[in-house]
Structures are given as structure tokens and as C-alpha cells.
Ligand binder design. Structure first.
Ligand code: ANZ
Length: 860
């Protein structure tokens, strides 16, 4: 019998698939239903992928394979997130240019992905650092600029001293840089932003309806952080100044006992007096050393009184104005009205500084809150609003304030505009030109791309610009201030009044910009006249299945923002890019820790495949290891286990091929090989045999097992329950071996149907072995296209029956019994049943009356 040798067959089929273009998609074919399955664009790093990444890629591959086998026109592309910090930092580490370091690392990536047998359409590969690609990233930038969604602003920005660049809010995690983990500081800089906040409401409102992993949806909503409330104006006592606060609880306005300003608030300096000035200034300075996170987490509240007061618009009360660092300058108005009785931070502050605590919302008697009550209730101590429910009072008090001209309804967001410029070399140049006395000028479409110049030394200097600022011939440029057309400075100045000397923008785009639209370019990757053809992508968008294990906030928010923008321009058919988005959990190292190079616990898929187990055994274990959303430690015994399973699949098919043919079925044929020849000449679909082929009830057992497994695996892949799909196939194979032991193996139609179905449902998980065996069974075409078995419910009807048991004519019990149980079996089970025994008291029955399949009456 031939032995299973993955090393031999896997390479063979990978080459054959490539030669045949098995996974190449005809994007213009709109006659079949489409399925667009995508893994998040891989970022290139030196180390290549480990088995955790491999698993993440595999989810979208399996979904693609299922649909391809089901007859869909499936698109499963691959490409590279080539620009950005990770690649540039890697290049610095290995002492090569980013381009060279990237290309070398990419070659290793490709080798890994190909060995793993992913069904990518390699003919449409893209890279975000190719000029043909970033030309269109730049074009999108100019479109955003022309629609007032890209702008420049000077303000304090997050700055990472290690990576020498500014960072977006989304790239600062707990006060630390997302890449290097070092604490960030702030620098005052003029930077480019995308106005994502203009889309905050739209994006937020569409989030609930998305068919996405809940955790990701929640993270998106929290990041946008919409708060509905009001702004209230407090007049400063004795000054011509107003302090506006943002509050989500205007219903508590009568309970305000002080107002607190962020240390950075612009009014602070004018509220101090000779006595307080020095103390306040010292406090403000100290606060600037702390990060927002520290300021918010700090339990011990700090603050200082300014010496001034405001007037509460609802009751004319004088309230002291404090400066406190728990109030953040970047949120709301940077000022709060403090209500210690109903807000915990204000409560802690009031206790510490001995400020009044006035309860204005009655707390329910059963409330467990001590000191401060943050829930809803009836208003008290609130003048004309006493007795009103706090939920209703919010609206009424805002209406009253609006009438008085001292407040208004207001919605705020935690999300800030998207900071997109970077002071680093390795990115798409921002396609803008500066000319004194003019607004920044967008480079004309026909002058794109603005090519990233080659430089000797690309390393960041730590200054406020990228090294591009030193490439004088590139920075200086002739520009038509009207049209944005550009001509190199080394050429003569063109004739005409509009031509000036300008300076190119020297910041580059953050990598996140490049990866916010790649799923559109995939659909039209070689188009050099436009970013994509709207008609063509009209058929293919949205992405049907999107998978990743990272970027739950930034990448998905940015992509949704751009997609909505394109939708408004009429360039895409839907406002949302990803129909179904799944976020998978991590594979941990065998020691239970996160896999990382620094911990030395990374497992390279190549190692496992090279040791002779092959890609299929690895792939099957990657899915079997755990549910997709549960972190799981890698078990070194896992792959040997799935390898044994695949061996059993291999061997049972070999036995079938060697088995004597069942004369009843194929009386005219000699051997399975001949059956095979007949089949491959005809229809490729597996014919369903009649129950008679292996003989009555025996065949029914095989068919039931097969149909129920087809159903389970189909449903499980649809629901991303990949691990239980594998378990079901393992059970099926165990069942086949048991059946074989008791009934023997025959080259029957039933066995053929069973084994071919098994190969078909296993194919997405183990594409190589299934292809090999499928061909051995005589098929001339690939198993991976148009071959998914259908189950027939008729084989799944339950084979149990319900028998009603009476004692002396009264219903006492119901028994679920196998349909083929005989009368004696029914009687014995009934007499042993606890409910029955309660009434028979173990006395032997006088007689028993049995209505077959329905009822047993025990007479005592
Ligand atoms: C009075 C009040 C009474 C508040 C009460 C809460 C409870 P979210 O939900 O996160 O939007 N706040 C406003 N601006 C702030 C800032 N810049 N820094 C720190 N805190 C700020 O929170 C809104 C609430 O946080 C606002 O409502 C305000 O306190 C505070 F019983 O106003 B509240």
C-alpha cells in the first residue's frame, strides 16, 4: 500500500495549482455569485510569520475554499503593507535600505505562505510601497484635501523619542508608543490631519448593524466615545468672562459646588490674583509633566483654588473656580461643573478640599452607593424641577438654559481627528506644495505620484522634519498655484503668471493611510488610469469575510471613514467595506506566554513542515487547537496527532482502491480503477448511491455518518466553528474504521460516496492530501473548484422512538428508545425506569400490554 508522504505531494500540487491557475480569479466574471475573502494586509517584518500568524491567515483561506468548492466566484488576494515604521525600523536594525530590507523579508514571507498552501490569487499581488499603488494613496489624499477632510494644524502632538516621530492618538496605548512601548511626550508641531470626526456619528450609528465580532464593535464605539449632554455657560463673578463646561448630567446643575478647569485652560491666568498666582502657576507646570492616563487614573485628586468665582445660572449661587488636573484639556471644553454628590471624581475632590456636597437626585432606598450616588432618580433641592425624574429633567433644564441663553444641548466625542503626517522617510510623500502667501497646494492628478526620492541616509534625525527636507532638488519645485501642476526645479521655470517656486511637504503618510483602501485596489490592481473602476468593484464590494487578530480600532475605523467618503463621491457601491469581520484569538507559546522573538518562544511553521509532517497536518491542527476566539497554548503533540488522523484518511482510501469490487453494483466492471475511469469520463459530481449498494441497513449506517458529517462541517465553517468541524471529521473517520472492522471494505458506491465526501469536506483544511486522493480516485479535475457535497436530511431522521409507559392505565413515564428495539427490550427498560418503579414498588407485573412503537401498559 502506498504510504502518505506529505513532503512529496504538497510541493507537487502547489506547483500544479500555480501552473493551472486554480486560484486565479476572473474578476470580470459576474455570472456566478461572488465571494471576497480577505485576511488583513500583512505588514512585512524581518522575522516572517510564526504559527500564530499562519493560523490567522488560514481562517480566510478556509472560508474562500468552502465557497470556491460550492461554486462561487471566489477572490482571495494577497499583498503587502510595505510602508511605515515597522519596515523602516527593521531596515535600520539590519543596516540596509528600507526597500532592500523589505524585498528580502518579503521573499521569506512568500515562501512561508506558499508552503502553507493558501489559495491566494498571486497574479494580483500589490504592495503599498509601489509607485503604481501609492500614486493612488496620494490621489486620495488630494481628494480629501479638496473636500476639506485633510487639513494642517499646529497643536501639541504625541511624540515618541525612540521612533522620532509624532503618533496618532490611536497609536498611543496607555501613554506608550504602539511600536516600541516607550512612554510618549508632547511636542508642539504643525501637522496634517484627516477630519474623521466629521464622520463620527455616521460610523458610530452604523456599527451596531455590522456582522462583526462584538468585542471589535464595542472597541470601535468606545473609541468614538459619543457623549450626549449640554454646554453650560457660567459667568465669572466681577469679570467679563465666561466659563463654558461640558456635562452629561445637566439635571444635576443645582448640585454644582465648584467649577474645575484643566491646567491648560486659556482662562487660568486671568482668574488668579496676587495671592494665588504663584501657587497656581506651580501647579500648572507640575501637571504638564503627567500623561493624560496618569492624570485620570490618579486616585488622590489634586487641585488649587484660583481665587475667582462663577455664578450658577440656575440659582445665582457663587461657586469657587479651581484648577484640577483630573480635568483634561483635550475633552469637552476643558472645564467641568463639579457635582460631588453624584460624580465620584468630584466627590473625592470635594472630600479632600472640604467643598460642599449637595444631593440633588434622590437615591432609591435600596441603593448600595455610599457617599456619592451616580444613578437616576427624582430631583430634590432643585427649585422648580423638584420631583421631576432625572432623565426628564436633563431635557427640561437644557430647554430652560437655552431660553436664558446660558446653555445648549451638545454632543461630544472622545475620538480626535486622525493625525496622518510622519517625520520619517519610509512612507508615501504627502502630495502637497507650500508657497508663501498661499494655502497648501495639492499636486495635480497628472503629476502624481510624487516619487519618494532615494536617499543615502534615511535614518530619522530627531528634528521636526523627515530627512526628505534635506533633498533640496526634490523639496524645491516649480508649481502652478492654480492647478497644482509641478515641474522639477532643475528644469527651466515654465512660462506664465501662475508658476512659482514652492517647497514640497516633507512629511510622509503614516502606513495606516496606505492600508485604508487596499481592498479596493485589489479589485483593479493594474488600472493606471484611476484608483479603481467603480463599475468593476460595484460587483465585488463589500468584502464578504474579513479576518484579523490586530488593528481592532485604528485600521478598521480609518477604512470605514475612507469608504464612506468614497461612497459619497459615488466611487463605491456601499458605505461599509467589510460585511463580516472576525477577530481571532492568539496562539500562545507552549509555555503559555505570548509568542515573541524577544522571549525566544516563537515557532516557525517551516520548522514543523520541514520535519516531515507537512502543511496539511499543521493546518488541521491550527484549526483544531481551539475555538477561533479563544487564546490557546501550542501543544507540541498536536501536529503529530493530526498527522496520524490524515494517515488514517490516506489509508482508508488506499484500502478502498485495493478492495474487491462489489459485484452487485458494478457487475460489468472488474476493479475500482475501472469504475474510476468510467467516472472521470463522465460527470465529475459524485453520484449518490442507493442504499442497496453495500446491503440494506449496513449502508444506512455509512450514509447516516456521511450525511450528518457533511451537514456539521458545512454549518461549522459557515459559523467559523473550525475546531468542531475538524472534530466531526475525526469522529467520522473513527466511525469508518469501526464499520470497516465489522463489515469489511468493499469497492462499493456507498464507500465511494462516503470517501469522496470526506475528501471534499476535508479539502479546505488539508488541501494537498485531499487533492492527491481525489485524483487517485480517478478524477481529472481539481477537488478545490465546484466540489462540495450536499447532505440529504432523509438520512438524518432520528432513529429513536418515544414510548409512553402507563401503570394500571395511568401515564407514568416517557421513554426515548432506539427505533429497532424489540418488545423485550422495551419491557425491561420500562420496569427499570425510576418513574415507573415508584408505582410498581418493584412488584412483578401481572401482565403487560404493548402497542408497538407507541405504548406499554404495565398492569399490577
Ligand atoms: C457634571 C456631572 C455630574 C458629570 C454628574 C457627571 C456626573 P463622559 O461620559 O466620559 O463624556 N467632564 C467633562 N469634561 C471633562 C474633561 N475635560 N475632563 C474630565 N472630565 C470631564 O463624561 C462626561 C462627564 O465628565 C461630564 O459630565 C463632566 O462631569 C466630566 F453627576 O458634569 B459631568
Amino acid at each position: 500500500m502506498k504510504r502518505y508522504n506529505p513532503t512529496e505531494i504538497e510541493k507537487k500540487w502547489q506547483d500544479k495549482w500555480e501552473a493551472d491557475g486554480t486560484y486565479v480569479t476572473n474578476l470580470s466574471d459576474t455570472t456566478r455569485p461572488k465571494y471576497y475573502s480577505l485576511s488583513m494586509l500583512p505588514g512585512i517584518t524581518g522575522a516572517g510569520i510564526h504559527i500564530g500568524h499562519g493560523r490567522t491567515f488560514q481562517f480566510a483561506d478556509i472560508k474562500a475554499r468552502l465557497k470556491r468548492q460550492q461554486g462561487y466566484n471566489v477572490y482571495h488576494p494577497i499583498g503587502w503593507d510595505s510602508f511605515g515604521l515597522p519596515v523602516e525600523n527593521y531596515a535600520i536594525k539590519v543596516g540596509k535600505t528600507p526597500r532592500v530590507a523589505h524585498d528580502e523579508a518579503k521573499a521569506h514571507f512568500i515562501a512561508q505562505l506558499k508552503r502553507l498552501g493558501f489559495s491566494y490569487d498571486w497574479s494580483k499581488e500589490i504592495s503599498t510601497a509601489d509607485p503604481e499603488y501609492y500614486k493612488w494613496t496620494q490621489w486620495i489624499f488630494t481628494q480629501l484635501y479638496k473636500h476639506d477632510l485633510a487639513y494642517q494644524k499646529e497643536q501639541p502632538q504625541w511624540w515618541c523619542d525612540t521612533d522620532n516621530t509624532v503618533l496618532a492618538n490611536e497609536q498611543v496605548e496607555g501613554g506608550k508608543c504602539w511600536r516600541c512601548g516607550n512612554p510618549v511626550t508632547k511636542r508642539n508641531l504643525k501637522q496634517w490631519f484627516f477630519r474623521i470626526t466629521a464622520y463620527a456619528d455616521e460610523i458610530l450609528e452604523a456599527t451596531d448593524d455590522l456582522d462583526w465580532t462584538d468585542m471589535v464593535k464595542t472597541m470601535q464605539k468606545n473609541w468614538i466615545g459619543r457623549s450626549v449632554g449640554a454646554e453650560v455657560d457660567f459667568v465669572v463673578n466681577g469679570q467679563d468672562a465666561i466659563i463654558t463646561v461640558f456635562t452629561t448630567r445637566p439635571d444635576t446643575l443645582f448640585g454644582a459646588s465648584y467649577v474645575a478647569l484643566a491646567p491648560e485652560h486659556s482662562l487660568v491666568s486671568q482668574l488668579v490674583n496676587a495671592d494665588t498666582r504663584a501657587k497656581v502657576e506651580a501647579y500648572v507646570q507640575a501637571a504638564q509633566q503627567k500623561s493624560d492616563v496618569e492624570r485620570q487614573e490618579n486616585k488622590d485628586k489634586t487641585g488649587v483654588f484660583t481665587g475667582s468665582y462663577v455664578i450658577n445660572p440656575v440659582n445665582g449661587q457663587k461657586l469657587p473656580i479651581w484648577v484640577a488636573d483630573y480635568v483634561l484639556s483635550g475633552y469637552g471644553t476643558g472645564a467641568v461643573m463639579a457635582v460631588p454628590a453624584h460624580d465620584e471624581r468630584d466627590f473625592a475632590f470635594a472630600e479632600k478640599f472640604d467643598l460642599p456636597i449637595v444631593q440633588v437626585v434622590d437615591k432609591p432606598e435600596d441603593s448600595a452607593d455610599v457617599g456619592c450616588y451616580t444613578g437616576e432618580g427624582e430631583l430634590i433641592n432643585s427649585g422648580q424641577f423638584d420631583g421631576t425624574r432625572s432623565e426628564d429633567a436633563r431635557e427640561q433644564i437644557v430647554a430652560w438654559l437655552e431660553q436664558q441663553g446660558s446653555g445648549r444641548g451638545k454632543t461630544t466625542y472622545k475620538m480626535r481627528d486622525w493625525l496622518i503626517s510622519r517625520q520619517r522617510y519610509w512612507g508615501a510623500p504627502i502630495p502637497m506644495v507650500h508657497v508663501d502667501g498661499f494655502e497648501p497646494i495639492a499636486v495635480a492628478d497628472e503629476c502624481l505620484p510624487v516619487i519618494l526620492p532615494e536617499v543615502e541616509n534615511f535614518k530619522p534625525t530627531g528634528g521636526n522634519t523627515s530627512v526628505l527636507a534635506q533633498v533640496d532638488d526634490w523639496v524645491r519645485v516649480w508649481v502652478d498655484v492654480e492647478t497644482g501642476k509641478t515641474v522639477p526645479i532643475t528644469e527651466p521655470k515654465p512660462a506664465g503668471d501662475n508658476w512659482r517656486e514652492g517647497r514640497r511637504e516633507t512629511d510622509t503618510l503614516d502606513g495606516y493611510a496606505c492600508s485604508s483602501w487596499y481592498f479596493l485596489r485589489y479589485l483593479d490592481p493594474h488600472n493606471d488610469a484611476e484608483a479603481w473602476n467603480p463599475e468593476r468593484i460595484g460587483h465585488w464590494m463589500p468584502v464578504d469575510y474579513y479576518n484579523g487578530a490586530d488593528h481592532a480600532v485604528a485600521h478598521l475605523l480609518y477604512s470605514r471613514f475612507w469608504m464612506r467618503f468614497f461612497h459619497k463621491l459615488g466611487l463605491v457601491p456601499t458605505p461599509e467595506p467589510f460585511k463580516r469581520m472576525m477577530y481571532n484569538a492568539y496562539i500562545m507559546a507552549p509555555d503559555g506566554q505570548k509568542m515573541s522573538k524577544s522571549k525566544g518562544n516563537v515557532i516557525d511553521p517551516m520548522e514543523i513542515m520541514d520535519s516531515g509532517y507537512g502543511a496539511d497536518a499543521l493546518r488541521v491542527y491550527e484549526m483544531f487547537i481551539a475555538p477561533y476566539d479563544m487564546d490557546a497554548p501550542w501543544d507540541p503533540r498536536g501536529v503529530p496527532g493530526t498527522y496520524r488522523f490524515l494517515n488514517r484518511v490516506w489509508n482508508v482510501v488506499q484500502e478502498f482502491l485495493a478492495a474487491p469490487s462489489s459485484s452487485r453494483v458494478h457487475s460489468s466492471l472488474e476493479s475500482p480503477q475501472e469504475i474510476t475511469r468510467e467516472r472521470s469520463a463522465g460527470a465529475s459530481a459524485t453520484r449518490e448511491p442507493s442504499t442497496a449498494s453495500v446491503g440494506g441497513g449496513d449502508a444506512a449506517t455509512l450514509l447516516r455518518l456521511t450525511h450528518s458529517t457533511i451537514k456539521k462541517v458545512t454549518r461549522d465553517i459557515e459559523d467559523e466553528k473550525f475546531n468542531t468541524a475538524v472534530a466531526a471529521m475525526m469522529e467520522m473517520v473513527n466511525g469508518l474504521y469501526k464499520f470497516k472492522e465489522s463489515h469489511g471494505m468493499q469497492a462499493s458506491e456507498t464507500w465511494r460516496f462516503t470517501l469522496e465526501s470526506l475528501l471534499q469536506i476535508l479539502a479546505p483544511f488539508a488541501p494537498h492530501i485531499t487533492e492527491e486522493l481525489w485524483r487517485e480516485l480517478g478524477h481529472a479535475d481539481t477537488i478545490h473548484v465546484n466540489h462540495w457535497p450536499k447532505w440529504d436530511e432523509k438520512y438524518l431522521v432520528s432513529d429513536v422512538m418515544t414510548i409512553i409507559v402507563q401503570v394500571n392505565g395511568k401515564l407514568r413515564s416517557r421513554l426515548e428508545l432506539p427505533a429497532d428495539i424489540d418488545r423485550q427490550g422495551v419491557e425491561e427498560t420500562a420496569l427499570a425506569d425510576a418513574n415507573v418503579q415508584k408505582f410498581t414498588n418493584n412488584k412483578p407485573p401481572k401482565k403487560m400490554v404493548y402497542v408497538p412503537g407507541k405504548l406499554l401498559n404495565v398492569v399490577i
